[in-house]
Design a protein around this ligand. Structure first.
Ligand code: SF4
Length: 433
């Protein structure tokens, strides 16, 4: 979602006449789009801001040119007082729901240079109505269909920083998707903090779910691939599972975070699913599409997590055999209920558990990648490689793949025979060109 927000901010600035600077030293405006989900990410913002402020001072002394420093995203929403205290030189700061007002903030700064502006309201209006059109920047595009979350998992800041759930109307999403496809997009990744709780209104005023939206989108000519992220297990309904059986454009890959394999911990996390519910959904998805690959997020060392609870998480991994995953040590986030739980797990234990979990996850990821050798897969190439004559793309399973290919194949789907694989990427040879 942050990558998507950053690209929308860039689109807005382009409309104001800004161009991307070759380096930060040459920039007249720098905006940090920030993440508050983990303590480390939030702290990094303040150290990066300090470095940038020094650079701004040097630039001013050497060339007389000023630099506007802006802050966007969830750190602003959660830490507005800290920003005013720790980085008073920030020219403006805007939360994730109000960044559409950046042009207005910039205009004000130009008028009243030196006054810091912090803008973190939860607006009553839909920010998407105020953003410029989302343009394709290549073969893959993000399309935000839902924002915010009502789940209040006890470790998570999202409901406080992104606000309550909001779904965009069906026709607005379809129109944006058509525009992206006309611009050259082949793959659309539908975004939302809790994307499968989507409940946008259709033209007749009826509430429609994600399955309906996926079926409508898959009818768009020229759109080849659909994905959606991030999903919440309790909101996976039968219709959504059926989409994985019925829609060839829906990629056979799903990120469905479970967080923990222990019922006791899931309850303490305030997740609305237990271990059995999650396993039942996985079984149904695999019945609907036996080729589906799954990925998940995991938190180890949540307050009160015992060795048995952790073992239950490892058992879950062995059951599902995830093909990719994101795993983290629990991080106390100010303002969330779990941050003040007394039974916090020692850092050393968290570290050990994370290592054990990641070794297991990586072993399944490597096995899946190695099993891909010899197979031919359609790969959407959307980046130049490090070497000349090399492109990087994604398989249907979100595996990174390198191949020797000319840039005329950039933003195209090409059949590739997989020849090599390691944990994080594949190599292959294009076929049938
Ligand atoms: S469902 Fe996801 S975004 Fe919502 S509170 Fe839980 S972890 Fe955070």
């Amino acid at each position: 979602m942050n990558v998507y927000d950053s690209s929308r901010i860039a689109d807005m600035l382009q409309n104001l006449g800004y161009e991307e600077a070759a380096s930060v030293n040459q920039a007249d405006l720098v905006i940090f789009n920030t993440c508050h989900i983990r303590e480390k990410a939030a702290e990094k913002v303040f150290s990066d801001l300090g470095r940038l402020y020094n650079l701004k001072q040097e630039r001013l002394a050497q060339t007389g040119q000023d630099m506007i420093i802006g802050l966007a995203g969830c750190v602003v929403q959660a830490e507005d007082e800290q920003i005013a205290k720790r980085a008073p030189y920030v020219d403006f700061a805007t939360g994730p729901l109000t960044y559409y007002r950046i042009p207005e903030l910039l205009a004000k700064i130009e008028r009243q240079r030196g006054i810091s502006l912090i803008d973190t309201d939860f607006p009553a209006i839909d920010k998407f109505d105020y953003l410029p059109d989302n343009h394709a920047h290549g073969g893959c595009s993000y399309l935000a269909i839902q924002e915010g979350c009502n789940n209040f998992c006890t470790y998570c800041v999202v409901p406080y920083t992104r606000g309550a759930e909001f779904s965009r109307p069906v026709e607005a999403v379809i129109a944006e998707a058509k525009r992206l496809v006309a611009d050259g997009t082949l793959e659309i990744n539908l975004l939302g903090q809790n994307v499968n709780s989507y409940h946008g209104e259709d033209a007749a005023g009826h509430e429609r779910d994600l399955a309906y939206l996926l079926r409508r989108l898959s009818e768009i000519d020229g759109l080849e691939r659909l994905r959606y992220t991030t999903s919440y297990p309790a909101d996976v309904n039968e219709d959504l599972i059926a989409c994985h059986r019925d829609l060839p454009k829906l990629m056979p890959y799903l990120h469905l975070p479970v967080q923990s394999g222990s019922d006791r911990i899931l309850k303490a996390m305030n997740r609305r699913h237990n271990r059995d519910d999650y396993m039942r959904i996985i079984d149904k998805l695999k019945d609907a599409n036996p080729n589906i690959g799954l990925s998940s997020d995991f938190i180890v060392g949540f307050p009160g997590e015992t060795d048995q609870d952790f073992q239950a998480t490892l058992d879950m991994v062995n059951y599902v055999k995830y093909i990719q995953a994101f795993s983290f040590k629990y991080s106390r986030r100010p303002g969330t209920p779990a941050a003040v739980y007394e039974n916090q797990v020692e850092e050393k234990v968290k570290k050990e558990r994370l290592e054990i979990l990641q070794n297991l996850l990586f072993s399944y990821q490597l096995r899946f990648n190695k099993d891909s050798i010899g197979k031919t897969m359609p790969v959407l190439f959307d980046m130049k490689g490090r070497h000349k004559g090399q492109l990087i793309g994604r398989t249907p399973y979100m595996q990174n793949l390198h191949a020797e290919l000319g840039k005329e194949y950039l933003n195209k789907i090409v059949s590739v025979k997989i020849t090599e694989a390691n944990t994080n990427s594949l190599s292959g040879i294009a076929e049938g060109l």
